[in-house]
Design a protein. Structure first.
Length: 429
C-alpha cells in the first residue's frame, strides 16, 4: 500500500494515508439515508476527492483501499455502540468497502494517471462518485440492474457533490492566493525597508570617499615633504607606503560601492512607487514592530497624494529614519502618538512627521543634522550611537531630491519634521 515512486518517505506516506482514512471515516458519520436501507449520502464523498487532490504525494488508489478498511469499520462499531445488532450492522456497512475500492480505482485512472488538469479532476470526481455509488447500490439490491428512477437519483447526487467539490476547491484556491498575496506584500515591505537601509549605507560610503581622497592627498603631500626635507630614508619610505596604502583603500572602497550599486540598482532603480504605497508600507511595518514589542504607541497616516517616486528606496530611507526617531522619542510614554501627513502643494510634495515625544533641546536643534551627532546611547556599553540617521536624511533630501527639510521642536511637547520636494525631481525628470 505504498507508492515507491513518491518523493515522500514511506513512513510519512503511511501516516498521511491513515490521516485521510480517519478524516473520511469521521465525515461519514454525517449522512442522509437514500433509496434503500443502509445506502447513505455522506459528507465523506465530498471531503475524499479534496484530500486526494491536495495530497498528490500519496497514491490515490492505495489511499482509498485504506479508507475502504477504516471507514466501514468505524461506522460498523458506531452502529454497534448505538444498539444495532452486529449482523444488521455488517449488512449495512459491508457494501461501503466496495464503494471506496471502486472510487479509488476510477479516480486513480482518470486523474492521478492523467495530466491532472481541472477538467480531468471534474471528470474524475463525477465518474468516480457515480460508478462507486452504482456498484454499492447493485450490491445492496443484490441485482446488477438498477431501476432507472434510482439511477437518475445517483446521477443527480454525483452531479451535486461534484459541484460542491469544485466550488469548495475553488474557495480553497482563492483563500490560498489571498494568503500568498498577503505574505508577498509582507515580504516586499520588509525587503523595501531592508533595501532602503542598505542604500543609506551606500550613500554614507559615497560621502566618505571625499574624506578618503583628502586623506590620500595629505598622505602624498607628507611623502613629498619628507622626501624634500628629511634625511631619514625610513621616514620617506614609510610616508610613501602610507600614501600607497590609502590609495589602495580608496580603490577597494570604490570597487565595493560600485559592486553594491550594480547589484541593487539593476533590480530596483527602474521600479516606480507612489508615495502613498511607500508611506503605507512603512506605517504597517512600524505598527507590526510596535505590536511585537507590545508598545502602546499609535501611528496615523493622512495621505492625500499618489505622486510617483523614482528613487523610492531613498525616499523610504528618509521616511523610515524619521518614523524610527519618532518611535524612540515617544517610547517612554503611554500615550505616544505619531502622525504622518502627505499632500501636494503647488508643484511640491509635502511630508510631515509629527510626534508628541520628549522633544529636542533648543541648544541642540542646530546640531541634529551634523554627522556623528546623537542623543542616543547604548544601554550595554554607554557609548554614543553612530548618529548618521538625520545626517543621511538631510543629505538625501537636499542632494538627491533637491528638497528642503525643517524641524520644529519643544521639550516635553514633541517634534515636527517637514519635508518639501519638487515633484518633477521625484519622478526623475
Amino acid at each position: 500500500m505504498i507508492d515507491y515512486n513518491s518523493n515522500l518517505p514511506i513512513a510519512n506516506q503511511f501516516k498521511k494515508m491513515l490521516t485521510v482514512s480517519f478524516i473520511v471515516a469521521f465525515c461519514a458519520l454525517f449522512y442522509l439515508n437514500f433509496f434503500v436501507e443502509g445506502f447513505i449520502i455522506t459528507l465523506a464523498v465530498i471531503v475524499l476527492p479534496l484530500l486526494l487532490y491536495y495530497n498528490d504525494d500519496i497514491n490515490a488508489f492505495q489511499t482509498c483501499l485504506a479508507v475502504a478498511v477504516v471507514s466501514p469499520s468505524f461506522r460498523f462499531f458506531t452502529l454497534i455502540l448505538g444498539g444495532v445488532a452486529p449482523e444488521k450492522g455488517f449488512q449495512m456497512t459491508w457494501p461501503e468497502l466496495f464503494f471506496y475500492i471502486v472510487y479509488g480505482l476510477v479516480f486513480y485512472r482518470l486523474f492521478s494517471l492523467s495530466t491532472r488538469t481541472i477538467r480531468h479532476f471534474i471528470a474524475a470526481v463525477f465518474v468516480s462518485d457515480l460508478l462507486s455509488n452504482s456498484v454499492e447500490m447493485s450490491l445492496r439490491l443484490m441485482s446488477p440492474i438498477i431501476p432507472i428512477s434510482i439511477f437518475k437519483g445517483l446521477v443527480l447526487v454525483a452531479l451535486t457533490r461534484t459541484i460542491i467539490v469544485i466550488a469548495t476547491s475553488y474557495g480553497f484556491i482563492r483563500v490560498k492566493r489571498m494568503l500568498v498575496h498577503a505574505e508577498t506584500e509582507k515580504n516586499y515591505a520588509e525587503l523595501l525597508i531592508l533595501t532602503s537601509n542598505f542604500w543609506s549605507e551606500i550613500y554614507f560610503m559615497q560621502k566618505n570617499t571625499t574624506y578618503i581622497e583628502a586623506l590620500m592627498a595629505k598622505a602624498f603631500n607628507l611623502y613629498k615633504y619628507a622626501e624634500k626635507h628629511s634625511d631619514n630614508q625610513l621616514i620617506v619610505e614609510k610616508s610613501l607606503d602610507l600614501a600607497r596604502e590609502v590609495h589602495e583603500v580608496k580603490k577597494d572602497y570604490l570597487r565595493v560601492i560600485k559592486g553594491l550599486e550594480a547589484i541593487t540598482e539593476k533590480k530596483l532603480s527602474n521600479l516606480y512607487m507612489s508615495i502613498d504605497q511607500i508611506v503605507r508600507l512603512i506605517v504597517e511595518n512600524s505598527k507590526k514592530m510596535l505590536s511585537n514589542e507590545e508598545k502602546a504607541t499609535k501611528i496615523y497616516a493622512d495621505i492625500k497624494s499618489k505622486t510617483k517616486v523614482y528613487y523610492h528606496f531613498y525616499m523610504t530611507s528618509v521616511i523610515q529614519n524619521l518614523v524610527s526617531n519618532a518611535i524612540e522619542a515617544v517610547e517612554l510614554q503611554n500615550d505616544g502618538v505619531i502622525n504622518l501627513t502627505v499632500y501636494n502643494e503647488d508643484k511640491s510634495l509635502i511630508i510631515i512627521v509629527k510626534d508628541n515625544g520628549v522633544g529636542i533641546k533648543e541648544r541642540d536643534i542646530d546640531y541634529i543634522f551634523n554627522p556623528g551627532y546623537s542623543s542616543k546611547y547604548s544601554e550595554k556599553s554607554g557609548d554614543a550611537k553612530r548618529g548618521l540617521g538625520l545626517n543621511i536624511v538631510k543629505n538625501i533630501v537636499e542632494n538627491e531630491f533637491s528638497g528642503i527639510i525643517s524641524v520644529q521642536s519643544e521639550c516635553a511637547v514633541g517634534t515636527t519634521f517637514r519635508l518639501e520636494f519638487p515633484v518633477d525631481r521625484l519622478i526623475g525628470e
